[in-house]
Design a protein around this ligand. Sequence first.
Ligand code: SAM
Length: 273
Amino acid sequence: MTWTSLLPVWARALETRRPRPLFIDPFADRFLAAYAGELGTLPQLGVETSPLWEAVFYGVTMRTAYFDAALRRSSAPQIVVLGAGLDTRAYRLGLAPGVTVYEVDRATTLDFKERVLAGEQPTCRRVPVVAELGADDLTGLLKSAGFDHRLPTVWLAEALLFYLTPAQAEALLEEMSGLSAPGSVLLGEVFERPYRETDLPVEAMDDADAATWRQFVTAFRTSPSVPVPAAWLAAHGWTAVEVTDQVGLGRTFGREAPSFYERARDWIFEGRS
Ligand SMILES: C[S@@+](CC[C@H](N)C(=O)[O-])C[C@H]1O[C@@H](n2cnc3c(N)ncnc32)[C@H](O)[C@@H]1O
């Protein structure tokens, strides 16, 4: 269980408490409490007024709302959430009982989730799949878990591709494309380029935030650089249907994007196989 899995949960908990939230994640607070209670001290979270946490909160909230809407529209019988982390869509979106959601992540994250959500019922069929993306045989693990490549699939790669190297991300796009029956969809997020320390005003941050921001920069140093998402997708088996970014999502959802997202573009896309 890495603390990065908690960042989206922290943002979704905050959004859930707002007066007119874009979504409600009834489990987000529970994950935060369980992490603090079972696994140790929470990282420095909750400073909504800092440029760092303002950007994290905004980015997670926008993409959650966007991917929630896309998944609600989908009629595919199977959804594969890659790097699922503490995503609770199998429980909170009202997905039909005939839909199977495969949640792919590391054992530590999936085990923590299992423990915290014990006793809760997903609305659809939920199948956790333990895998190290970029190293394990994803196709074999999915098929062993019941995934059927003859059926249309929605793939969701939210806050995942930038943890991979360019070669791993490209191989993953190609693997998903090869497993996609007609009508399949890829929903994802990728950076225009890895973060630079100067993307946020480190000098205006307190020491804790500055250290956390440097951790982000280090963690994403080897992320793929994707200046033109449609071309990147096309080169790896996908046709872009929609490409937007965090600034565009702000216009869609009526929120103002922090200027960070004009410097460090974070693409959000939908592709078809
Ligand atoms: C920032 S979290 C996002 C989680 C979730 N998609 C969301 O938006 O709430 C990134 C997740 O990807 C997982 N992850 C990163 N690299 C991975 C890899 N190589 N194999 C499997 N999971 C990975 C992490 O364990 C973590 O849960």
